[in-house]
Structures are given as structure tokens and as C-alpha cells.
Design a protein around this ligand. Structure first.
Ligand code: HEC
Length: 460
């Protein structure tokens, strides 16, 4: 193994971001927060960051129904009546669309929309959400070309955001959770973290490992507090000694860390199957919770204590799952156009391997990741195939069973706009191509080959 592997080896993970939540009524930011930082606490998770879904009473928005539908399905999970997750404005009424854009008042919101829905660099909706379809793009262009006509009618049957797809298991019972722990943002006085008035602020919060023995992780669920400004968070573990109560501004790079869990809008809880527990970090190491805030809207009262609730047990389950690294380290790409990097994993196990979850990880230039199973008879099955954004890295529940003789191929797609050569490395200006796959038995999804010659990665 090489030294200084960067962020990763996700152990657990929770995200599964397919649609977005329509969660305007949780926007008061008043959660319970603060005082319970790092402590074993119980049942106060009132907002799991998932779908709340109560539709607002129908009111004419002034928009043609085709535009209403497009906004409802793709945008209002964040740009609703109370904008969420760092979105700076509502996209609800025709007036909202005709207003000046929040960050550039020489343009209207609808003109800025036209730019962002077709942008490669900062697309709306942001990945992992799929971009607008060609039909939706045409509908938007046509409406703008026609002079943004209004509409008096109420549009029925709006689609709403699609529901997130999480693991299908119920949250463990109180009895099963020997340790029910919340790791949440705080400030130095154990109150909420005051969110600075800036875009793209990353803050890291440290926690000692809250158990004294070997445990299995059984469930992870997001606790999202000030939904106006929380954009995304990741939970890492590393073997340095942690200090409860320490927090500092950070950058998104975590050398020598394991990525354990994460959340982006639409993310939901992850619960392990009944006979499987996830290997968790040992006492003496630390957790680092990195929260990405976006306060473009300028909320001066933004204060947050988002984070994660973890259910763990010292009564170890029959099977242990772990995070395995699939992908390629053979990355060298010149500027201009799309580049694919491919890595193939041929596990040596003679037992079936059970995959639970996939978590694509690339850096700034990554645009899409696909992993597929190549069965021994050469048929192919997609494991994951999703747009990628460094700014909202999420995991997907992708259950599958790998039989002896099967392989897994991972294809990372990049758009190198740097003007130079980009190679594999751990810096945020270097690139990576990993699918962190949660699977059991731990260590089965690996092979014994020397990897350096081919670049293929297939490790635990
Ligand atoms: C997952 C949440 C989310 C979804 C879904 C989403 N947005 Fe955004 N949007 C944001 C955030 C966060 C920002 C601010 C950061 C940025 O500009 O990237 C933003 C910014 C924008 C801006 C720039 C405003 C300005 O003045 O700079 C436009 C325009 C926009 N979104 C349009 C859309 C449209 C149109 C859709 C649907 C097709 C959409 N967004 C879906 C979160 C989202």
C-alpha cells in the first residue's frame, strides 16, 4: 500500500441522494441542537434531512404549467418558498423568475437560470441530481423566447421531487443501540456554530471516539438543523487523537482519513441489514465532521448544529461489513474535452460477496461515475451510474451479490478544464477515481495482485 492515501475508505455512509426534500416547514432552524454535542443522546432527531413532502395549498404562480412542472420536479426542493440548503432565492412564482438575480442584478433570475441549467462547471440542479431533460431545456428556452408569458390558472398534479432511496431496513430498536451518539456542530461554548456570511465555508468539528470497545455500526442518520445554510457534510475518521470541542476552518482535503458517512440534500438514513454490522473506528482515534455551509443569502442569524446520529453495538453481529476501494489510480489526462478512466476489480474470494452501498469519489473535474458488474458469462449489470459533484458527494444504496468469477468495472468521467495535465494524487488539484463500496464479508472485495502496474484499485 502506498502512503498518504487521501480522504477515505468510507466505512459507513448514509446518503442516497436521489430527489430532494420539499421541507419548507423545517426551515425555522430551531432544532434541538447544541447542548448534546458529543454526548449520548436519544430521540430528538426531528429533521432527518429527508422528504417531508407536504404539498403547499395550490395558488396560481403565474407560470405556464410546463414551467411549473419543471421547477417543481427539479428545483423547488431547494428553491422553494423558504429556500433551503444554501439556495439564495425562491423559484416559486413568475415574479421570482422576473426579479434580478441575487448575485448579479444586471441579469434576471430566469436569464441566470438559462445559464446555470446548461453549465458544465456549476450545473443546476447540482449533481447527484440528473440534469434537465432535453424536453425541459427546450420548454424553458421557448418560454423565455416567447417573452416569459404569464398564466392565470392553477396547475394540478405537480410532480414534486422524487423520493430518496435509502436502505430498506428499519432503524434499530433502542435495545439494539448500546451506543446512540450524536456528533453535531457546536461552537466553543457548546452552543450552535455561528455560520459566517460567506459562500463555500467549510468548518471541521472534532470528536473523540465515544466508545471504549470494538463496536459495529448499525445505523447512521442525518440531523439537519439550519436548513437554510447547510449545503453538505462528510464524517471522517482517522487515527490521530481527537479533542472534543475543537473546531476550525478546513478545506475539503483529509489525507489519511476514512470517510464514514455523509449527507447532501435528499440524503437519508442508512441502516444495516439485520445480520450485518459495519466496522467502526477504534478508541484512541477521532471523528472529524466537516460541514460545508453556503450563506450566499446573507442570513445574519444563521446558527447551526447539524451532524449525524450513530447507532452502534458492542454485541457484534454475525457478519462484518467494511468499505472497499474500487477504481483506478492510473490517471493522467490532458486538458480539453471528456476523459474516461477505467479500473477493473477481480475479487479472489470463492464465496459470494454482498454489496450494500456505493460511494463515488473524485475531485473537482469529475462529472460522472459508473460501476458495473461483469458476470462470469460476460453479461453486465449496472451497480451505480450517476452524475458527480465534488460539492455534494453522496452514496447510493446499491445491493448486489458478486459471485466467484464476476468482476466490477468502474468508469470515471472527467472534464479537464485546467489547461494542463492532471494526474492521480491526494491534493484537491489532483484527481481520484474511487468507488467506495460497502460490502461483506469485510476484505472479500479485494485481490492479491500488485496494483501499481495497471492502476486498477481493488482494496480493503
Ligand atoms: C440541491 C439544492 C438545489 C437544487 C435542487 C437546485 N438548486 Fe439552484 N442553487 C442551489 C444553491 C446552493 C445555490 C447557490 C450556490 C450556487 O450558485 O451554486 C443555487 C444557485 C442557483 C442560481 C444562481 C443564483 C445567483 O444569483 O447566483 C440559479 C439561477 C439556480 N440556482 C437555478 C436553479 C434551477 C433552475 C434549478 C432547477 C432546474 C435549481 N437551481 C435546483 C441549490 C439548488
Amino acid at each position: 500500500m502506498k502512503t498518504a492515501r487521501i480522504p477515505v475508505v468510507l466505512l459507513g455512509a448514509m446518503l442516497v441522494a436521489f430527489g430532494l426534500s420539499a421541507c419548507s416547514e423545517d426551515a425555522d432552524g430551531s432544532a434541538d441542537a447544541g447542548a448534546d454535542v458529543g454526548a449520548d443522546t436519544t430521540d430528538d432527531t426531528e429533521n432527518d434531512g429527508g422528504v417531508d413532502g407536504d404539498a403547499a395549498a395550490p395558488v396560481a404562480s403565474g407560470l405556464p404549467c410546463v414551467i411549473e412542472e419543471l421547477l417543481d420536479a427539479n428545483c423547488r426542493g431547494c428553491h422553494g418558498p423558504d429556500p433551503q440548503f444554501g439556495a439564495p432565492m425562491s423559484l416559486v412564482t413568475r415574479d421570482d423568475l422576473l426579479a434580478p438575480a441575487p448575485t448579479d442584478d444586471s441579469m434576471t433570475v430566469y436569464e441566470m437560470m438559462q445559464v446555470r441549467v446548461s453549465s458544465d462547471i456549476a450545473p443546476m440542479p447540482p449533481p447527484p441530481n440528473e440534469p434537465l431533460s432535453p424536453a425541459e431545456l427546450t420548454a424553458l428556452d421557448d418560454w423565455i423566447a416567447a417573452g416569459t408569458p404569464g398564466n392565470e390558472d392553477i396547475c394540478d398534479d405537480l410532480p414534486g421531487p422524487s423520493a430518496p432511496i435509502g436502505s430498506p431496513y428499519d432503524w434499530p430498536t433502542e435495545d439494539e443501540c448500546d451506543h446512540l451518539v450524536q456528533l453535531r456542530a457546536f461552537d466553543d461554548e457548546d452552543s450552535k456554530f455561528e455560520v459566517p456570511l460567506r459562500n463555500d465555508h467549510y468548518e471541521c468539528f472534532e470528536f473523540e471516539i465515544p466508545w471504549g470497545e470494538e463496536v459495529h455500526g448499525l445505523g447512521f442518520r442525518p440531523v439537519i438543523d439550519d436548513t437554510r445554510v447547510v449545503h453538505h457534510w462528510l464524517l471522517y475518521a482517522d487515527d490521530q487523537e481527537g479533542r472534543d470541542g475543537r473546531h476550525y476552518r478546513c478545506s475539503g482535503a483529509h489525507p489519511n482519513s476514512e470517510l464514514l458517512a455523509g449527507w447532501a440534500p435528499g440524503g437519508t438514513e442508512i441502516v444495516m441489514p439485520p445480520n450485518v454490522g459495519l466496522k467502526m473506528p477504534a478508541p484512541g482515534s477521532r471523528f472529524v465532521l466537516e460541514i460545508h455551509y453556503n450563506n450566499t443569502a446573507g442570513h445574519t442569524d444563521a446558527a447551526d448544529s447539524s451532524g449525524v446520529e450513530i447507532c452502534a453495538t458492542s454485541r457484534l453481529r454475525e457478519n462484518t461489513a467494511g468499505m472497499h476501494w474500487l477504481g483506478s489510480e492510473g490517471i493522467a489526462m490532458f486538458s480539453g474535452g471528456e476523459t474516461n478512466v477505467v479500473g477493473t476489480c477481480s475479487p479472489q474470494s470463492d464465496e459470494p460477496i454482498h454489496i450494500l452501498q456505493s460511494w463515488p469519489h473524485m475531485h473537482q473535474l469529475g462529472t460522472r461515475m459508473k460501476s458495473f458488474i461483469i458476470r462470469a458469462d460476460d453479461t453486465r449489470e449496472t451497480l451505480v451510474d450517476k452524475p458527480f459533484s465534488f460539492e455534494s458527494q453522496v452514496s447510493y444504496w446499491t445491493p448486489a451479490t458478486i459471485m466467484p468469477g464476476d468482476r466490477i468495472r468502474t468508469v470515471c468521467t472527467y472534464n479537464n478544464t485546467t489547461g494542463g495535465l492532471v494526474t492521480f494524487g491526494s491534493g484537491t488539484d489532483d484527481e481520484m477515481c474511487y468507488n467506495f463500496v460497502m460490502a461483506w464479508p469485510i476484505g472479500a472485495l479485494t485481490n492479491g495482485e500488485s496494483l501499481t502496474s495497471t492502476g486498477n484499485v481493488c482494496l480493503q
